[in-house]
Write a protein that binds this ligand. Structure first.
Ligand code: NDP
Length: 353
């Protein structure tokens, strides 16, 4: 081992992660969800905001003050590849519009930093695969922001299902939607969103169907309804209903929409019991009941738990209760591709995840 010369040694010590076991995170994209994640991390024991990547200098100034971020940990979208030379950042959390995730995540991986990326991880399966490969080749972790995979009431239902408390699972229903406002926002611009309600909110029913049922779907049928083709232009789905078939014969029936509120509901039915959750995927508290009684695990801000757990996955190699890695995100993208295909053809589309 080479002992560094004195000035370098001092530098090495100052850049050492002296809060042992704390994941040092730079947030990319200081928008509404990035702000929520950073707030949640204020109560995290294991993850800390130490840097930012942003295209808006005024936000950077505010975040520097709020989180005590030094200038050297602040980047923009042009220069963030230089993060590779910054030993004080372990991971970058990509919280930008969907269509930017692939390129940004791959650049982060090539800079040798772990990647946490928001859902949807990309805008199709081909892109998601590229991200998985790039992170594997770079030897960094790729985690997707599936906060419900750590949520206590969700895990209670999943554990009950694993224990056989519901008997043989027969049916799942997922309802995911809200009325979207401002027509000029990036969520309604296909170049930035890669799709409409399905990418943004329908993905919760897809992902939920998989962790609630505990199997991977093998076919999908889907139907699209568009009532406002001006607001929901070509490439932006307004409402899609879809059905997923699972190997055991379970069927999931789901709704994804940008034009109805009060839709955040899961229902799981088996031969011995049921679980219903409403809200099932919002910021919580997640509420619901099973045939055994209320789901009343204490509520902790989802993103706080998520970041504590993700620090464990990245720093200690811990296993999450439900996978949150890039391959898990890729499965949802394969299913979304198949749903869009089913809408186009009107037929039953086979899925292999
Ligand atoms: P916002 O529009 O509020 O924020 C996105 C941020 O991305 C902007 O503020 C901006 O930050 C940055 N950005 C970079 N390039 C662009 C661009 N061309 N156009 C617009 N913004 C740009 O979106 P959200 O925070 O709501 O969503 C971001 C991501 O997080 C999405 O992928 C979304 O699906 C996901 N999300 C996940 C949630 C969850 O519960 N897991 C909940 C909500 C969103 P800056 O000015 O710093 O550059």
């Amino acid at each position: 081992m080479t002992i560094p010369s004195l000035p370098n040694f001092a530098e090495a010590m100052s850049s050492r992660n002296d809060q042992e076991g704390v994941l040092r995170v730079a947030i990319m994209g200081l928008g509404s969800y990035g702000t929520r994640v950073a707030q949640a991390m204020e109560s995290s024991k294991r993850a800390k905001v130490v840097g930012v990547i942003s295209g808006t200098p005024s936000k950077v100034e505010n975040w520097k003050k709020k989180y005590g971020i030094p200038d050297k940990n602040c980047y923009n979208y042009e220069n963030f590849d230089a993060i590779k030379d910054n030993p004080d950042i372990d991971a970058v959390y990509v919280i930008t519009p969907n269509a930017l995730h692939k390129e940004q995540s791959i650049r982060v991986a090539k800079a040798g930093k772990h990647v946490i990326c928001e859902k949807p991880m990309a805008i199709n399966a081909a892109e998601a695969k590229e991200m998985v490969t790039a992170c594997e080749e770079a030897g960094v972790k790729l985690l997707i922001g599936y906060r419900l995979h750590f949520e206590a009431n969700t895990l209670k239902v999943v554990n009950m299902r694993k224990a056989g408390d519901f008997g043989d699972i027969k049916f799942f229903q997922g309802l995911s939607g809200f009325m979207i406002g401002d027509p000029t926002q990036w969520r309604l611009d296909p170049a930035l969103s890669g799709g409409g309600a399905m990418m943004d909110i329908g993905i919760y029913s897809i992902n939920g169907a998989r962790y609630m049922v505990g199997e991977e779907p093998i076919w999908v049928t889907a139907q699209e309804v568009k009532t406002d083709p001006v607001k929901f232009k070509e490439g932006i789905d307004e409402t899609i209903t879809f059905q997923l078939g699972f190997p055991s014969g379970v069927v999931a029936s789901c709704l994804s929409t940008y034009s109805q509120n009060n839709l955040d509901k899961f229902f799981l039915n088996g031969t011995k019991g049921f679980a219903e959750m409403q809200p099932s995927t919002g910021y919580g508290p997640i509420k619901g009941r099973t045939h055994q009684g209320a789901l009343d695990e204490p509520h902790i801000m989802h993103q706080t738990v998520q970041m504590d757990q993700m620090a464990g996955i990245i720093l200690d190699g811990a296993e999450p209760p439900i996978p949150v890695d890039g391959r898990e995100g890729l499965k949802d993208m394969v299913i979304i591709d198949a749903i869009f295909e089913a809408v186009k053809t009107g037929g039953k589309v086979a899925i292999s995840v």
